[in-house]
Ligand binder design. Structure first.
Ligand code: ATP
Length: 370
């Protein structure tokens, strides 16, 4: 990774009874999810990145710009070009949505980097019809969209989002997720996204920093962590992989989308989509079963040749199988979770050619990923 296009964060300090010893480097693009159980230090890390908490032994470099080093450099928060989105947006009740959005936006345009445009933000976040309203009677989801828009319009070099959906009910969360997906794919601003909800990580993250008790357990691209059998993501009950699929065709008769993924093709029920559109796909380990020979007719639409990469017992009864799609195992990784008995009956071993039967393919709502 060239230092110019990465974010490097290192923070070490004892904070009361809590010891923070977190270091990671991540690309300065897309969404980096900070994920881990309550109290593991997610908020503390981004407070350090924001300069709201100052630890002596700290280093923070954002896309070539040093915000903190060990030789005394420490940019105060107001000098750090960052946007901060909290669990609940605190909007100014006496200002219209439009003026709330523009609050904090620089008066002059910077010439050294592309600017985030007001109209683009408004349209992308679906705020046009709210512009002249007062924030006092907005719904929780609308308020949060205004909060996100306001943070983006400060023209940040980094957007920090601290559990932005956790105060919302499931339905509103599902309404807002597509907006966050759109802004991830549309604007070039890197995002640090704190959550303890794995489904948000799977839908939004490009990279993940896994935290536990103030330490970074693992950090890297989402797909790598999901398919690494030693990662807590792979061994969890809800283990899944997120893949990117490109729309190849649509069958209007059955309402089925054909998506090309590395090492194979997937079919998923879906409304029509544009050919070439990229969609994020989620496949749960518990929705994948294996066969050694091509199975006959079945209700399962997706049967993909794959090779066994590795196997890991999760407990005395269940095994996690990591697969590489494609006849030569050249494609994307997939996980299958099965009983130890099934594993033994099939005689699974490293490099064995198998057929992965995928029972359910979850597709993120429309919209192009990079
Ligand atoms: N300045 C401080 N002094 C003492 N303790 C602190 C300080 N800042 C954070 N802590 C402690 O650090 C720990 C981590 O807190 P933090 O809020 O970062 O966790 P989190 O992973 O974001 O949790 P949650 O998901 O519940 O929000 C907590 O035990 C907190 O009490």
């Amino acid at each position: 990774m060239s230092a110019g296009h990465t974010i490097r964060a290192e923070f070490r300090n004892a904070l009361g009874k809590f010891t923070l010893d977190a270091a990671f480097e991540t690309p300065a693009k897309g969404v980096t999810a900070l994920f881990g159980p309550s109290g593991c230090g997610k908020t503390t890390v981004i407070r350090c990145v924001a300069g709201l908490t100052r630890v002596k032994d700290g280093y923070c470099r954002i896309d070539g710009e040093i915000w903190q080093d060990r030789d005394g450099v420490f940019l105060p928060t107001h000098k750090r070009p960052l946007g901060y989105v909290f669990q609940e947006a605190s909007l100014f009740p006496h200002l219209s949505v439009r003026r709330n959005l523009l609050f904090g936006a620089p008066k002059e345009k910077s010439k050294d980097r592309p600017q985030i445009d007001f109209d683009e933000v408004v349209d992308l976040l679906g705020l046009r019809r709210l512009l002249e309203r007062s924030p006092t009677n907005l719904s929780g989801g609308e308020r949060q969209r205004v909060g996100i828009g306001r943070a983006l319009l400060t023209q940040p070099k980094l957007l920090l989002m601290d559990e932005p959906l956790s105060a919302l009910d499931r339905k509103t969360k599902n309404e807002i997720l597509p907006f966050i997906e759109k802004l991830r794919d549309h604007f070039a601003v890197p995002i640090f996204y704190i959550t303890h909800d794995i489904t948000e990580v799977e839908r939004l993250a490009d990279q993940v920093v896994l935290l536990e008790k103030g330490h970074v357990v693992m950090a890297g691209p989402l797909a790598e962590l999901q398919s690494n059998p030693d990662s807590p993501l792979a061994s969890s009950r809800e283990a899944a992989v997120s893949l990117r699929g490109s729309v190849v065709s649509f069958d209007p008769h059955y309402g089925l989308l054909n998506l090309s993924i590395p090492g194979g093709l997937l079919i998923a029920p879906s409304p029509p989509a544009e050919i070439g559109e990229t969609r994020r796909i989620r496949i749960l380990a518990s929705d994948v079963s294996l066969a050694c020979e091509s199975p006959g007719p079945s209700s399962i639409l997706n049967v993909l040749p794959a090779k066994v990469v590795t196997m890991k017992p999760l407990d005395p009864y269940e095994t996690l199988v990591v697969l590489a799609l494609g006849e030569k195992g050249e494609g994307a990784r997939l996980l299958a979770r099965m009983s130890r008995k099934s594993c033994e009956t099939l005689g699974l071993s490293k490099n064995l050619s198998v057929f992965a039967q995928v029972k359910y393919v979850a597709l993120a709502a429309g919209g192009d990923e990079d």
